[in-house]
Design a protein around this ligand. Sequence first.
Ligand code: ADE
Length: 237
Amino acid sequence: MTAWRASVLTLFPAMFPGPLGQSLAGRALETGAWWLDVTNIRDFAADRHKTVDDTPFGGGAGMVLRPDIVDAAVASVADERPIVCLTPRGRRFTQADARRFADGPGLILICGRYEGIDQRVIDARQMLEFSIGDYVLSGGELPALVMLDSIVRLLPGVMGSADSASEESFSAGLLEYPHYTRPAEWQGRRVPDVLLSGHHGAVAAWRQAESERITRERRPDLWDALHLPKHAATAAE
Ligand code: ADE
């Protein structure tokens, strides 16, 4: 089987691999557990000024990436992989999406800049539009790095089995419990006694209770999604 492959289309190729060349993802890139290629959208500009964008029809601020140029860049890497476009207008990217994409052949990621990409090429190429959160960044490059990091750590052989459990806990819809290590007392603060007790059942119960408390306090949306019927949780969003 060929390795999971990411193709990134961007106007700022120097932003890659960036942090994905380090740590877990970087090691996995070196060992061939996944592949990354980066394409400069500007290489597909047709004029001598290397123009990739133009003013929006209907007026307004900003510039829009031309459909013909984005399409030519996509054509240079396109195969059976899903095509993702990073935009604050997209559906919110979640752990479930990371798992689904990790189970597939790879991704083609288009990093938007300026006001966006001409809608016709988004439609024609059936791009999936994703946002990484409700804030506006200056382009899709950081979101693409975030998405790839969350996916690559799920690929087979990238992470040891000890770490895999942490994904399961988020997938179960709860935030993680707090962690402690030595020294058992630091600046007058003691580690909770139960963690030093050696009772595995009691430790597990404490961790579950802490996960539930923290999720209730910090993320009532996640908590409600666990406890309301599916249609009610959707209506409450
Ligand atoms: N481009 C700009 N902001 C973004 C966001 N929050 N998510 C995805 N792409 C973006």
